[in-house]
Design a protein around this ligand. Structure first.
Ligand SMILES: [Mn+2]
Length: 330
């Protein structure tokens, strides 16, 4: 089946279903939220029951843009949805679903998987993975635009917000001519750019600003002749600012933006005591995707992440500095 036929079939599945449960990845980012809430808005405009499932809450900056997610669902409640749609999630370990559900349950259901990450391992009954698209939101937008679907303004706004966050407002290398054409089509359909700009990009809490300043002043380290910038977000710093890790979207981009820096990394420890590594590159000659995969993680070539088991941060630091030194040829 050609790519177009596959996504057209998914569109027919979606509009043919009375009710749709929409899931995404843990620690949802702007694309996870834009694609899921955008699709929800469209399906609800058709009079369908459609719900977004988010088990680990909503980052502060999206609270006014997106409301009414389901925080959990029992197996019986999940059974009542005619279709399950998974958006923007590449990895079964990162599925944002309650413990009552699992991937085997989802694979046994009518489930569709729409994503833009290479190495997607969801393996649902139906899958559409298009790495040429900047974001899952762009895929959903094109699906609706190609079908000449009547798009509510709220839907266009969510999808544009998702595209803007995953492309860093069209600065990252995943921005193609088609990305901008799709964004233009969303604007033509009433996407509220001012609202997105103010809610998502011109909205930093004082708390977040103070946390970020402290992080840069006291935790930022440079290696590889200033080409590698990294910072460890330890519990002490989090506690000092009462900062929630869910609010970190965008901080790593400010690390990468530093003059001379090619690769940036933010490291924190999750509840299980593992070290979570976010990686960004600003030079396609030095992609971080392969590095993340070497550590058992994944993502995109210029933006990726991994989880490491280590005794302490010193061990993580040695490992990552060695790998980045090798990657940069320093
Ligand atoms: Mn995405």
């Amino acid at each position: 089946m050609g790519a177009n036929a596959a996504i057209e079939e998914m569109f027919r599945d979606l509009v043919g279903a009375d009710s749709v449960l929409i899931a995404t990845h843990l620690r949802p980012d702007g694309d996870a939220l834009g694609s899921t809430f955008g699709l929800r808005s469209y399906l609800r405009s058709l009079g369908k029951k459609a719900d977004v499932l988010l088990t680990d809450g909503m980052p502060h900056r999206y609270l006014r843009l997106y409301t009414g997610a389901r925080s959990s669902v029992t197996r019986e409640q999940a059974d009542e949805y005619a279709l399950v749609a998974i958006l923007d999630c590449a990895n079964i370990q990162r599925l944002n679903i309650p413990h009552t559900l699992d991937i085997d349950y989802l694979r046994g259901r009518r489930t569709i998987n729409i994503d833009h990450h290479a190495y997607n391992n969801i393996d649902a009954p139906k899958n559409f993975v298009c790495v040429e698209r900047s974001s899952a939101s762009e895929i959903v937008a094109n699906m609706l635009l190609d079908a000449k679907a009547e798009m509510p303004r709220e839907c266009a706004t969510a999808l544009l917000a998702g595209m803007m966050t995953d492309t860093g407002c069209f600065r990252f290398s995943n921005t193609k001519g088609d990305t901008l054409r799709t964004a233009g089509a969303l604007l033509d359909r009433g996407a509220d750019l001012e609202r997105i700009a103010n809610e998502v990009f011109f909205s930093k809490t004082f708390n977040c600003a103070a946390f970020e300043a402290d992080l840069f002043n006291t935790r930022l380290k440079l290696a590889c002749n200033g080409k590698f910038a990294y910072a460890y977000i330890d519990d002490e710093l989090l506690k000092k600012h009462s900062f929630a890790l869910a609010e970190d979207e965008g901080i790593i981009d400010n690390l990468r933006a530093l003059e001379g820096v090619v690769i940036a990394s933010l490291i924190f420890r999750n509840a299980a005591g593992e070290f979570k590594l976010s990686l960004r590159s600003k030079d396609s000659a030095y992609p971080v995707g392969p590095l993340a995969r070497k550590f058992g993680g994944g993502g995109h070539e210029m933006a990726a992440g991994a989880t490491l088991r280590a005794a302490d941060f010193d061990e993580v630091e040695k490992l990552i500095c060695r790998e980045v030194t090798e990657l940069l040829g320093e």
